[in-house]
Design a protein around this ligand. Structure first.
Ligand code: FIX
Ligand code: ZN
Length: 429
């Protein structure tokens, strides 16, 4: 296993003809369109996990990003909104954000881009046409069509072994799907141990609230058995802005004594997504989470104390991005990824990606979609390509101006590295 990402890419250079500077934008665009992207963090589900997978117009419109925006424009109160049916909620959001107001926000524009990709009317008075279209789709061919339109080859799911709906499905050995990779998501175990240890006990693990007795070894057995069941590409957890490691908490002990040892044993990384202020407004449910600047010394301590573990790290606060780049320069076992959640806006994506290239070269993963609804990958990757193409082209223009032209093959290799092989290597895919 390579100790750092870069080691294995050395042999692939060797110049074809150099791309003239005025052609760089066009060549990057062409190559980026063909890059077989792996979307390394989503909330999508493979078909064999049934109704967990969200798709279609009503799910697109009632995405929690749009619900947050609805409550800014509409006089409808959250408790009134939750009493509506899914279709009534979608109709209200369509009327409010797409008819009575111009859909200029990143999230509303996203829905427009999806409708447009399927040749549907983007200014329709209501959702009748869109509903007819999506209701007439067969899921599996629709998934292939959506992945093709998005220009992605596979996605990484978010799978919760304590989710009352999802866990039983995994215990019935769902048919695997090579376009969907599993992840063992541990938010309930790590962030809410006091509320969830009983669920592990109900699954037959001899655990206790205070971590006494065999709890640690039983949690390791729990993790191992779920790794056998899911074959996850990584374990993952989102963490609050107040996260600190080490600390006197069940979470800190479980990370150090159960999760990371299992990660070493199974040679899979841990992904930590830090900086959420959970439920600052519970009235709007999933849309109610906020962001907070976090003390990234927790990351420093994890990387120092566990050099044989690999970490995938994303932080939610804009103010933490520079620090994360600096820590990534210090630790070869840290791979920063994505412009997560409230950062996934073109103005910030540009800023973050430029800084990461300047400080890390191509040794990071620029983006993930975080799609919760299947068709969202279409606009999220369209936006990413649109925002990053000029940025990559400018990077190459400056490099050639400094005396080192690049070839089409090198551009192709770099894009492949950023959006596929960096991830594949990190997770042994
Ligand atoms: O923790 C996460 O994986 C977050 O991405 C989600 O919880 C969040 O709700 C989301 O959808 C962000 O885009
Ligand atoms: Zn997510």
């Amino acid at each position: 296993m390579p100790s750092t990402i870069l080691e294995e890419t050395k042999g692939q250079s060797g110049l074809e003809s150099a791309v003239p500077s005025d052609q760089l934008r066009k060549i990057v665009e062409e190559e980026f369109q063909k890059t077989p992207i792996i979307d390394m963090h989503t909330h999508l589900f493979m078909p064999s996990l049934g109704k967990l997978g969200l798709w279609g117009i009503d799910e697109l419109i009632t995405y929690h990003y749009l619900e947050a925006e609805l409550f800014r424009f509409s006089s409808v109160k959250p408790d009134q909104y939750w009493k509506l049916s899914k279709q009534q909620q979608a109709d209200l959001i369509w009327r409010t954000l797409f008819q009575e107001n111009t859909p200029v926000s990143e999230s509303t524009r996203g829905v427009i881009a999806v409708l447009n990709a399927f040749g549907l009317n983007t200014t329709a008075k209501d959702l009748t046409e869109a509903r007819q279209f999506f209701n007439s789709q067969q899921l599996e061919p629709h998934i292939s069509k959506v992945f093709e339109l998005a220009g992605i080859t596979s996605v990484v799911m978010t799978n919760d072994p304590l989710d009352p709906q999802e866990a039983p499905l995994w215990q019935n050995n769902p048919a695997p799907n090579k376009q969907f990779h599993a992840v063992l998501r541990l938010d309930r175990v790590l962030n809410k141990w006091a509320d969830n240890w009983q669920t592990l006990a109900n699954q037959g693990y001899k655990v206790s609230a205070d971590l006494s007795g065999n709890t640690i070894s039983e949690v390791r057995r729990f993790l191992s058995e779920w790794c056998d069941r899911m074959r996850p590409v990584y374990m993952a957890c989102s963490l609050p802005d107040t996260f600190m490691f080490p600390e006197d908490s069940a979470r800190s002990r479980l990370i150090a004594e159960a999760v990371l040892p299992t990660g070493r044993e199974r040679n899979i990384p841990l992904s930590v997504m830090i900086g959420v202020r959970y439920q600052v407004n519970p009235a709007i449910k999933l849309a109610g989470d906020g962001v907070g600047k976090t003390d990234l010394r927790a990351v420093e301590h994890l990387c120092v104390q566990f050099p044989d573990n690999r970490f995938l790290i994303s932080v939610l606060s804009r103010e933490n991005q520079h620090e994360l780049c600096v820590y990534s320069r210090k630790f070869g076992n840290l791979l920063p990824f994505g412009c997560w959640w409230f950062l996934n806006n073109p103005s910030i994506v540009e800023e973050m990606t430029r800084e990461r290239i300047e400080m890390l070269g191509n040794s990071f993963i620029p983006q993930h979609s975080d799609a919760r609804v299947l068709e969202q990958v279409i606009y999220k990757w369209k936006n990413t390509r649109r925002t990053m193409t000029p940025l990559f082209a400018e990077t190459y223009r400056v490099l050639s101006e400094d005396g080192r032209p690049v070839s089409r093959a090198e551009i192709r290799r770099d894009l492949d590295q950023l959006f596929r092989t960096n991830f594949e290597r990190w997770v042994n895919l």
